[in-house]
Design a protein around this ligand. Structure first.
Ligand code: KE4
Length: 428
């Protein structure tokens, strides 16, 4: 009998009632093949599937579980909140505490609004930027993902057109017309769009470290260049830090790279594992958000007390341990160094991009600096590596175009296991 028989059975059952058997597409293992694992529990660095198999978790729920699973202080905070009731639809103490903490930790945020997902955060930030500037177009970057809002599901139009085309049925041409797509790390591609759309661009939205084409760091001067353009053209610079916020440093990528956006979107870690997103930034812009201003945005469960309890516990843990991020980057560096050495020894063409506790292994000989170079990596080889690691009990992101997220629960013992597993998986 298969070692993942229960997961297979649950997936078959799930497919009867849920589109693709999952509640978020990337979980379905489509790009690596095979049947997705159904996880039953997590503790520390480990996940346990429904068949009792244990895995070292290298995704950590796509980023949120930076402290590892079932961290005592987060569990305790949630249990306390649960005993007081789940939701009131009124303002609550924890929302004020959370807003205060975010303003304290993220340099550019002066006011912040809680929402329920990263998608809600980015959709709201773009609407706010349009309301604030009175302009309609936005610039995003190929390979950057900002959630499933219509404005973001846009493929790069043909060069001449420069205008986007819908990347999903259901997204209207009208919506696509207002989204322009540039090339990550290529300021000239941004300048061309600015020249062709002078005075029409409300916002530039960017992942300050690419995580959705695999991990792709900003080249020197890229983020600074965007900041210069936005200052010159009265454009709102939005850093989508849903992935990098509280991941790369207490103040996220903007603290790491020293570039201040006008608005920041947050998610993942901020909820401690519960559904939370947020957007925030300059008071001058945020003061336009309803009910203080005319830009409407709302949410029944925004600032939910249980979710706030989890998020507060998470951020307080991260804020309290000054050496946490250094240790995390050092542990990640050990994995990346060991992996690089064995790939060099095996003469396997590879690139490993790492920023702090995010990294991606690409099977390609060329530097991966944008979506085009990422797409030229050998994704079939990645699928084989993914399954080889899974068989050894290491759970990697099931896609070449996702980033590994190392948690603070991964210690030297786990690093050793990850490298031993990699040595075997690369031989398959
Ligand atoms: P959510 O709506 O999934 O909470 O956040 C959307 C989002 C926004 N911005 C960035 C930079 C993001 O990475 C995301 C979501 N990331 C994906 C993983 N690449 C979530 C996993 C999934 O879609 O299931």
């Amino acid at each position: 009998m298969s070692r993942i028989a229960t997961s297979i059975e649950l997936f078959q059952q799930g497919n009867k009632y849920i589109p693709g058997g999952v509640n978020s597409p990337v979980r379905a293992f489509k790009s690596v093949g095979g049947s997705p694992l159904f996880m039953k529990s997590g503790k520390g660095a480990y996940l346990h599937d429904e068949d009792g198999n244990a895995y070292i978790d290298m995704i950590n729920s796509w980023g949120p579980m930076i402290l590892g699973h079932a961290h005592p202080s987060i569990q305790e905070a949630v249990k306390t909140a649960v005993d007081e009731g789940l939701s009131f639809g009124t303002p609550g103490r924890r929302e004020v505490e959370m807003a205060e903490l975010i303003v304290e930790m993220v340099p550019s945020i002066e006011k912040v609004r809680m929402v329920n997902s990263g998608t809600e955060a980015t959709m709201s930030a773009v609407r706010l930027a349009r309301g604030y500037t009175g302009k309609e177009k936005i610039i995003k970057f190929e390979g950057c993902y900002h959630g499933h809002g219509d404005s973001f599901l846009i493929a790069a139009g043909s060069g001449a057109a420069t205008m986007g085309v819908p990347d999903s049925p259901g997204v209207t041409v009208g919506t696509a017309r207002d989204t322009l797509t540039a090339v990550y790390n290529d300021l000239k591609s941004v300048e061309r769009l600015l020249e062709e759309n002078r005075g029409k661009i409300a916002a530039i939205i960017v992942e300050p470290v690419g995580g959705n084409m695999g991990c792709v760091p900003p080249e020197s001067g890229f983020l600074e260049g965007l900041r210069t353009y936005c200052d010159r053209e009265n454009i709102v610079l939005i850093f989508d830090e849903v992935m990098t916020g509280f991941r790369l440093s207490p103040g996220g990528a903007q603290e790491l790279y020293g570039v201040s956006p006008d608005l920041t979107t947050l998610g993942k870690i901020i909820g401690g594992g519960m559904p939370v997103g947020a957007y925030g930034g300059k008071k001058e812009i945020m003061s336009l958000v309803s009910p203080e201003g005319p830009v409407y945005q709302a949410g029944t469960l925004s600032g939910n007390p249980v979710a706030m309890a989890a998020g507060l516990a998470m951020l307080r843990e991260l804020k309290s341990d000054e050496l946490f991020y250094d240790r995390l980057a050092e542990m990640t560096g050990k994995i990346v160094k060991g992996l690089g050495e064995m790939l060099d020894d095996s003469n396997i063409p590879h690139q490993i991009n790492q920023v702090g506790s995010m990294y991606s292994l690409f099977f390609t000989g060329e530097k991966v600096i944008d979506f085009s170079t990422a797409k030229r990596a050998d994704t079939r080889r990645f699928g084989m590596y993914f399954h080889g690691m899974l068989e050894e009990g290491i759970y990697l992101p099931p896609s070449q175009f996702e980033s590994v997220f190392v948690s603070g629960a991964i210690g030297n013992e786990e690093v050793e296991k990850i490298l031993q597993a990699s040595a075997k998986a690369l031989k398959k």
